[in-house]
Ligand binder design. Structure first.
Ligand code: SF4
Ligand code: SF4
Length: 430
C-alpha cells in the first residue's frame, strides 16, 4: 500500500509540474504577434503527417534518419508499456496487461527489440556527437549547456532502455523459478540472454526487478519534466509546428501591410493613405515576432542541418541559423521569467537584436532559404532575420553602407544600380 501511495504522489507531482511548465511555454508563445495559420486544414494535416510523423525531411541523410527513426518509434511505442506500469503502480498489480494473453507476449517481444534498437542508436548518436568530427555538431552555439543537454538526453534514453531490459531479465528469471507473484507472462527475446548475467537468488532478483521498475518510471517522470528546459521538447512541438507551417512558396516574403498600403497610396492618389500609427516596423524583440516564430524557437532540435547548409556559415561568416533559433528561445525564456516575476513585462534594457543577435550575423544572410528547406521540422529562421533587418532599416535607418548605396540608387534611379533611369534599358541594345 505504501508503494502505491508513493507512486500516486510521484505521478501526480510529475503531471502537475509538467502542466505548469507547459502553460508557461504556451503563455510565452502567445506573446508573439497574431498570424492566421488556420487555412487549408487538409493540406496542413498531410504536411504534419509527412514531415513530423513520417520524418520525411530526415531521410535526406539516410543513416542518421534510420537511427533517429529507431529512437523515435521505439521511444513512442515502448511508452505504451508505461500504461501497464501506471496501472500496476496505482493498483499494486504485476503485469496486469498479461490478461491479453498471446497479444501481450507479442507486445513485450516487440518492445524488447525496439528497446535494443533505441539503446544501440543512442550509443551511436553519442559517439557521432562527441567523438566524430561532424560539422553540424560544432559551432559556438553548441558549447556548454546545449552540448550537455544533448548528451544528457542520450544518456537518459540509454539508461531507461537498459532499466527496461534488465527489469524484464530479472522478471524472466523469477518466472522460470516459479517465484511467488511472478506468473509466466511475456516473451523476452533480448532480456532472456541478459538474465544469464544476473544472480540466481530469488531475493536479489526481486530487488533488481523492483529497482529497475522504479528507476524506469521515476526516470520517465523526471524526463517528462526535463522536456520544457530542453531541446527535446521537439518530440511534442514538432507536430503543431509542422501543422502551422508556411504553405506559400519559400521565396514569397511577407510584406508589412501598412508599408504596402502607403506605397500604393503614393503611386495612386485615389487610394487613401493608411490610417493609424504602426506600433513598430520589423522586429526588435521577441514580442514583435509572430507566435509561429516563437513556436519555431521552442521546437528547434538544435540538429544544425540548417547551419550545415547555410552558405554564409560555410564561408566562415558569423551567421548560424541554428544560433538564431537558440537565441530567440533564450530571449523568450528570459522575457517569460521577467513576466513570471513581475506580473507583466518590466523593461530590462535588452532586446533580441544586439543583446542576443548581432548586426554582423543579420547582414551575413543571403536570404537563400537553404536553412528553411533543410529543417526537418519546418522551422523558418529567415523570417526572424528579415524581421530584425526590417527593424534596423525602417526604425533605425541602420544598414551596412553597401545596402544604403543600393537604397539611394533605388530612390534616385528606380533600380539598384548606379545608372540614370534613362540608361536602364541599355543592356537590351548590346
Ligand atoms: S537564408 Fe540566410 S540563414 Fe538561411 S541558409 Fe540562407 S544565408 Fe543562411
Ligand atoms: S532550425 Fe531546424 S535545422 Fe536548424 S537546428 Fe533547429 S531544427 Fe535543426
Amino acid at each position: 500500500m505504501i508503494s502505491q501511495i508513493i507512486f500516486f504522489i510521484l505521478l501526480f507531482s510529475a503531471v502537475f509540474l509538467f502542466s505548469k511548465n507547459a502553460r508557461k511555454i504556451y503563455r510565452n508563445i502567445k506573446l508573439g504577434q497574431p498570424l492566421n495559420r488556420s487555412d487549408r486544414p487538409g493540406e496542413r494535416l498531410k504536411l504534419m503527417l509527412l514531415v513530423a510523423f513520417g520524418q520525411k525531411k530526415m531521410f535526406k541523410k539516410p543513416l542518421p534518419a534510420i537511427l533517429h527513426l529507431f529512437v523515435y518509434v521505439g521511444f513512442c511505442i515502448i511508452n505504451i508499456e508505461m500504461l501497464e506500469i501506471v496501472i500496476d503502480g496505482l493498483f499494486g498489480t504485476h503485469r496486469i496487461l498479461s490478461a491479453l494473453g498471446s497479444f501481450y507476449n507479442f507486445l513485450i517481444f516487440a518492445f524488447e527489440w525496439l528497446a535494443l534498437g533505441v539503446l544501440v542508436s543512442c550509443v551511436i548518436f553519442f559517439i557521432r556527437r562527441n567523438l566524430l568530427n561532424i560539422y553540424r555538431f560544432k559551432g559556438i552555439e553548441l558549447k556548454d549547456w546545449p552540448k550537455t543537454d544533448a548528451n544528457l538526453i542520450l544518456i537518459t534514453e540509454i539508461l531507461l532502455m537498459a532499466a527496461f531490459l534488465f527489469m524484464n531479465a530479472a522478471d524472466y528469471s523469477l518466472q522460470q523459478q516459479g517465484a511467488a507473484g511472478y506468473h509466466e507472462a511475456g516473451a523476452f527475446p533480448v532480456s532472456q540472454y541478459l538474465s544469464a548475467m544476473l544472480p540466481e537468488s530469488a531475493n536479489t532478483l526481486v530487488f533488481i526487478e523492483r529497482f529497475c521498475w522504479w528507476f524506469h518510471i521515476i526516470g520517465v517522470f523526471a524526463f517528462l519534466n526535463y522536456l520544457p528546459i530542453s531541446k527535446h521538447l521537439h518530440i511534442i512541438l514538432a507536430f503543431p509546428n509542422t501543422y502551422f507551417s508556411k504553405l506559400e512558396p519559400k521565396g514569397q516574403f511577407t510584406n508589412i501591410e501598412s508599408v504596402t498600403a502607403e506605397v500604393k497610396s503614393m503611386l495612386d492618389p485615389s487610394i487613401p493613405p493608411p490610417s493609424g500609427e504602426v506600433a513598430r516596423f520589423g522586429a526588435k524583440d521577441v514580442h514583435d515576432l509572430t507566435w509561429k516564430n516563437l513556436l519555431d524557437a521552442y521546437t528547434c532540435t538544435e540538429c544544425g542541418r540548417c547551419t550545415a547548409a547555410c552558405p554564409a556559415n560555410i564561408t566562415g561568416k558569423l551567421l548560424s541559423p541554428r544560433k538564431i533559433m537558440m537565441d530567440t528561445r533564450d530571449r523568450l525564456e528570459e522575457v517569460g521569467r521577467n513576466i513570471s516575476k513581475n506580473g507583466t513585462f518590466k523593461e530590462d534594457e535588452k532586446s533580441l537584436i544586439d543583446s542576443y543577435i548581432t548586426r554582423e550575423e543579420l547582414w551575413a544572410c543571403t536570404t537563400c532559404n537553404a536553412c528553411v528547406e533543410q529543417c526537418p521540422v519546418n522551422i523558418n529562421p529567415l523570417e526572424i532575420i528579415v524581421g530584425l533587418r526590417q527593424y534596423a532599416v525602417m526604425e533605425e535607418s541602420q544598414a551596412p553602407s553597401s545596402i544604403n548605396a543600393m537604397f539611394s540608387n533605388l530612390e534616385n534611379n528606380g533600380a539598384p544600380w548606379k545608372y540614370s533611369q534613362a540608361d536602364r534599358a541599355n543592356w537590351a541594345n548590346k
